[in-house]
Design a protein around this ligand. Structure first.
Ligand SMILES: [Zn+2]
Length: 112
């Protein structure tokens, strides 16, 4: 039996897109597809591994993590790097069909 981790989109905010939190923190935010809770993890992958894809810098390999609330393993992929409010707004438009939304402050929330 093949076991594969569920995948979920992640957002890594930096600079002007992360003014609501400590800029020293470098985290990836995501929603769990199992329980719908929001969580974050420390970003481990170097930003130089991110590739310009569909108008954003994205990590297409992603990072595996265990979700805090339900203990399920997830692959957070792709991880989209957002630098400023313009990118946050573009992200919200491009990923509008995902079961999540991103607020003006860049915070993910579940919509479905
Ligand atoms: Zn969960």
């Amino acid at each position: 039996m093949e076991r594969q981790n569920a995948e979920t989109l992640g957002v890594r905010r930096t600079g002007w897109a992360a003014l609501d939190r400590d800029p020293q923190q470098d985290t990836i935010e995501f929603l769990c597809p199992h329980c719908g809770q929001r969580d974050h993890k420390n970003a481990r992958r170097e930003r130089t591994l991110y590739r310009f894809t569909d108008g954003f810098l994205q990590d297409l390999q992603g990072e595996v993590t265990q979700f805090h609330a339900c203990k399920k393993y997830l692959r957070v992929v792709p991880v989209v790097l957002l630098h400023d409010q313009d990118e946050v707004r573009r992200f919200a438009a491009v990923f509008a069909d995902e079961p999540m939304a991103i607020t003006a402050a860049g915070v993910l929330r579940k919509t479905a």
